[in-house]
Design a protein around this ligand. Sequence first.
Ligand code: XLS
Ligand code: NI
Ligand code: NI
Length: 436
Amino acid sequence: MAAFPDIEKIRYEGPESRNPLAFRWYNEAEEVEGKTMKEHLRFSVVYWHTFRGTGSDPFGAATMVRPWDDGSDSVENAQNRVRAAFELIEKLGAPYYAFHDRDVAPEGATLAETNKNLDAVAKVLKEEQERTGVKLLWGTANLFSNPRYMHGAATSCNADAFAFAASQVKKCLEVTKELGGVNYVFWGGREGYQNLYNTDMKRELDHLGRFLHMAVDYAKEIGFTGQFLIEPKPKEPTKHQYDSDAAACLNFLRAYDLLDHFKLNLETNHATLAGHEMMHELEYAGMQGALGSIDANTGDLLLGWDTDQFPTNFYLTAQSMSVILKYGGLAPGGVNFDAKLRRESFEPVDLFHAHIGGMDAFARGLKIAAAMRKDGALDDFVKQRYASWDGGIGKEVESGKADFNTLEKYMLDKGEIAPNQSGRQEMLENIVNWYL
Ligand code: XLS
Ligand code: NI
Ligand code: NI
């Protein structure tokens, strides 16, 4: 039985279309900078929000009661849900999906039973992947929901929690490999702390480093070749999350000699929670060769938590895509909609509206970014702004020829610096608006 019987495959109808169940910008075969939109954007649907989100919040119960879900925790129900999920993903024309082990299959009474449940659901995931051609962008282990992880997983004070988490990641890596996953994500859910009075931070970080090395070793052992990604996020659920932003993650990876094995999965709402724009996080990762993938969503300026809304703002997507294009794209990563419906949007069709909006926003952002890059208005300005480094004293500094003595001599002779020039921020902001 179809989960979405009234909805047909979503088609591209162009910017003039007034059909809310059609794409106005996402035309998967359209080429931009020599690649199709499908190749650039590599859209992915998340299993957790889209198929396990219920709309419950601390003030009220579930609002999203799905007709295909019997509400039980049975393996059979989990398998049926997979079929509904793939119907949606296929009708959207998204080439990828992503999951946590615990979203797709119920936890059993023992680890062995839990693993068995996961295998039973993975079998249906594989069938559906083969039936539809939809692929797995990434798998990840949920190391934060179960109360056993109250103090963290790899950074728990309880060594058994570390061992359990390791077993869970081991299994999840095997399943991700079996399903042909092209990445594997580590989001440090409860890897952080609330208070230093009870926390040995150095010891916890050493353990996290060990844990990730073990994961690297195990991937090698089983021949999993997908890209490993760390997903930064500050202050939620713990006050001090260890992976708080791109810079903190890269410093950690460097300190524990893991830089060669990991890139970053950057999420828009996490960037803003960290006090950064998404563009900053993308640029920071990109310049260090660590731009892996993105969790595409948006926050709400008036609310201070991870509201995980679908992105609809062309300005934001154009900014993101301009940095992504600059660093040569995301592959094998993608644009993963780690986003959820508002509690009031409880009907199945809302899942389509949300994804259509997100996909169109990124397609439009891609076109805007490509148009700006073609004209080179910003690039030329930036290049010209740093022209003093292309020759003379600037070049001597950059090439390592100058030192404090030569610089002092240069300045004593010259007396004062060359006049500064305007940064022209307002003009540049206006130029960006030409393209919107
Ligand atoms: C939570 C994170 C999470 C990761 C995957 O805030 O975004 O959903 O993407 O564990
Ligand atoms: Ni995320
Ligand atoms: Ni998030």
